[in-house]
Design a protein around this ligand. Sequence first.
Ligand code: WT7
Length: 650
Amino acid sequence: MLETSRVPDSELYPVPADFAARAHMDRQAYEAARVAARETPQAFWSEQAQRLDWIKAPTKIKDVSFKKEDFRIRWFEDGVLNVATNCIDRHLPHRQDETAIIWEGDDPADSQHITYGRLHDEVCRMANVLKAHGARKGDRITIYMPMIPEAAYAMLACARIGAVHSVVFGGFSPDSLCGRIEDCGSTLVITADEGVRGGKIVPLKANVDAALEKVKVDTVLVIRRTGADVPMIEGRDVDYAVEAAKAATECPPEPMNAEDPLFILYTSGSTGKPKGVLHTTGGYLFWAAWTHELTFDYRPGEVFWCTADVGWVTGHSYLVYGPLANAATTLMFEGVPNYPDASRFWQVVDKHKVEAFYTAPTALRALMREGDAPVKATSRKSLRVLGTVGEPINPEAWRWYHEVVGDGRCPVVDTWWQTETGGHLITPLPGATDLKPGSATLPLPGVELQIVDAEGQELVGAVSGNLCITDSWPGQMRTVYGDDQRFFDTYFSTYPGRYFTGDGCRRDQDGYYWITGRVDDVINVSGHRMGTAEIESALVLHDDVAEAAVVGYPHDIKGQGIYAYVTLNKGVEATEDLRKALGAHVRREIGPIATPDVIQWAPGLPKTRSGKIMRRILRKIAENEIGALGDISTLADPSVVEDLVQNRAG
Ligand code: WT7
């Protein structure tokens, strides 16, 4: 079981004096910025937005309403800029020969330094190849790549020509990839022959081929990672190296309106298929850059390492866009934390003198289990700031991170945010915020939080409830791609006039926020969001399955595990082989991250008389809280519960 006991609120880690002295934002500046963002937003954000390089500086700063009648979210709407010039060209005069990207390969013997000058040339080359294949401003381009520098080139090349990228995590199945290509109407896919992770091969091009059996695209650009002999389809598949060699290393950046789309990123919700979260050019880039600088107290020249894959929003905001907009040296790691051994993260920290390190609690819990020796075998002297993201961090893992990894010297920033928010919303600032293990602490300036009860009544003081946000911030998503109505319904209709995060939250007597996890039918597995409905849909696609219900349960390493109740068709025998086959089936349909940890055979599911599955009961059984099932008298057939309890799996 995860440690759930509350930390005494007295366990406070004060801001270290050296941080307070040099911070971009100390406590006083933080308090002042919160007031300014609230009381004079136009002036405040207009000044902050000057951190970007505008072709035309915005004069209209903020135009927002969360109300149904006049719903709109617009930031810097008359500003014109290009994201790639902000992340590359403007740094060239003074950082041309400085490292933009350190690439650390899966094999510890492989690494590369890519300067800003080279980054410029490579991005322009790829932009020119994209243009040569007909890509234009506004087109959607799907990127399905391993963690190699070309993944970042591809994103920036799209941004340079004004194409909208949709990066799909390389761990997703061909079917998931197909659905995402189809939903946004991509006609071009950028991929690699194969990926390499933890010594294993990921067949990316083969997955693309399988995905494209069901949806057509004009062009597939194939980048060579392993050099494997992958089949190339004449007229569709293009060997990138051949074209890149001929492409020019200059490509004029497309001037983009601040509200033009920059990218789409699919994420799971409580219902239906994954949503295409749409982020725009000005507000998103500003938020990624501003939060990267403040949260990590970042200065150019420091080596910044975010371990997230580019397929997730963390990879977008804190591996690529935020750091590069801040002229950072950003480290991209192809591998996994325990390959070749459990010391790898810390070896890489020493090898490249990493100053800020940003990872997920699930990785820390897995490494913690290996003991302190693999950490202590390394120096880690270069580290200044440690960050976490993706799920609540249990205080035990927090303390281990702080004491063992950071030798008690480095503030731990527990950053709460979502794909939808573009960047951090609740986080400590190393020079401003005293820390409490397990709390994401306080909102950034401009982030107006509200905790409400089930009816939407605001709760004041030290309370628990559902977390809402009452006003916009520049990095907020603008819509669900192609479905404005779904955007409004998902986020603004539960509690009218407010953005509903889907998270539960407690506020303590010091005003600190403690995220308690999702309150909707979304589960968080190893920091990745999964819709239970999606997994259920995949299960019922199997010929032997009549019905399925999926819930989360506490998992030592993953935070939450996936617990599936499956009702088989009449006459089908419930065997171990079938259990394995169902796991493999979900893996094939969605991807390995969606594989159920537990499958329990359920002759029947607990339903109300109107046929609604009572997930509350299923959750309690999965959590092994059999004594707390509550009232089951409204069930159509209360006896099914007894069977489920008797045959509880695991
Ligand atoms: C959900 C968003 C943000 C990038 C990675 C995940 C949970 C995220 C924290 C945190 C507690 C957290 C929330 C949120 N979450 N960070 N520091 N403490 N919970 O992005 O896939 O969009 O998931 O992750 O439940 O709603 P995502």
